[in-house]
Design a protein around this ligand. Structure first.
Ligand SMILES: Nc1ncnc2c1ncn2[C@@H]1O[C@H](COP(=O)(O)OP(=O)(O)OP(=O)(O)O)[C@@H](O)[C@H]1O
Ligand SMILES: [Mg+2]
Length: 287
């Protein structure tokens, strides 16, 4: 798999160089970027911060009910790409995006797209748990009210309870729903943020290093939860932990310097990757 790098045959060397994303502006991802049953499709996405390009021509589908892991060295564009999927980059003034991103066939960058609704359909969980300065109950109820998803208090109570149960938090907070969400432990806060996202029935949940601020026990709980949630939702997770990617995801995408180098079934990416850059990363040669 890393033959060409050590081969002295000039043809093999030139093949290796043309395979090098650094030298190839039209670099084409290794592996199958499309899926049959896509919740979201992205095609030829480029992202710029001012005149610096951060994502180069990335195409990648997100399958229904799949957990897709995005990995790669720091600064390779994982968060930037993830944020494109629910237009969080809109909040960064100097950020510009071109290409095509569709949710259930609908162009999310079209002028008709309601961005508030989009962010409900494509929810997000961040690295640092960020509950609102509100009660546990109101954290979960907030989006439900915002989108008018319940008709009365009993219905709202039911939605809140159900979301907290699915987030694996109900048993720990059912007796303190009126207390501040910020008073929970870090791991509980992260599950509260997940409950907040799922209360409004998203189609996709984006997670940007959701466990990096958590201890191993809280991490294990979130990983278990990701597995359960994937029965109902599509999940895209950025992680620095290859063990985590291997544990939770079915497909893994490897990014390097803004390019999507390789994508494939997680077990293949971690045991038998095709691209030498992927191999270099998973074997710890850089990253
Ligand atoms: N708000 C911003 N303004 C300008 N440049 C940015 C901004 N956010 C990210 N970048 C640049 O875009 C590139 C990709 O950054 P990004 O945060 O997406 O990487 P990442 O893979 O998520 O890294 P990490 O693993 O460290 O979180 C980097 O060169 C970064 O400096
Ligand atoms: Mg990041």
């Amino acid at each position: 798999m890393n033959q060409a790098a050590t081969n002295t045959d000039p043809e093999a060397i030139s093949r290796d160089i043309s395979d090098d994303p650094l030298n190839d502006p039209d670099y084409k991802t290794v592996g199958e970027v499309t899926v049959l049953n896509a919740a979201m499709t992205t095609k030829n996405v480029n992202v710029y911060y001012g005149n610096k390009q951060a994502i180069f021509n990335v195409s990648l589908d997100v399958g229904k009910n799949e957990v897709l892991a995005m990995i790669g060295p720091s600064g390779c564009g994982k968060s930037t790409f993830l944020r494109c999927l629910n237009r969080m980059n809109d909040t960064i003034d100097i950020c510009r995006i071109d290409g095509e991103i569709r949710l259930e066939g609908e162009d999310i960058y079209s002028r008709n797209m309601d961005v508030v609704l989009l962010r409900a359909r494509v929810g997000m969980v961040f690295q640092k748990p960020n509950p609102f300065p509100k009660s546990v109950y109101d954290n979960v109820a907030y989006g439900v009210n915002l989108h008018g998803l319940s008709r009365n208090k009993p219905e709202l109570d039911g939605i809140v309870e159900n979301a907290l149960k699915r987030a694996g938090l109900w048993d720990e907070v059912s007796d303190r729903l009126d207390q501040p969400g910020t008073g929970l432990s870090g791991g509980q806060q992260q599950r509260l943020c997940i409950a907040r996202a799922i209360a409004i029935s998203p189609e996709i949940i984006l997670m940007d290093e959701p466990c990096s601020a958590l201890d191993p026990i809280a991490t294990a709980k979130i990983e278990e939860l990701i597995d359960e949630l994937s029965e109902q939702y599509s999940i895209c997770i950025v992680t620095h932990s290859m063990q985590q990617a291997a544990r939770v995801s079915q497909r893994t995408a490897y990014f390097h310097l803004g390019k999507l180098i390789e994508v494939g079934p997680t077990d293949i990416i971690f045991t038998n990757p095709s691209h030498r850059l992927t191999e270099g990363y998973i074997t710890g040669r850089f990253g």
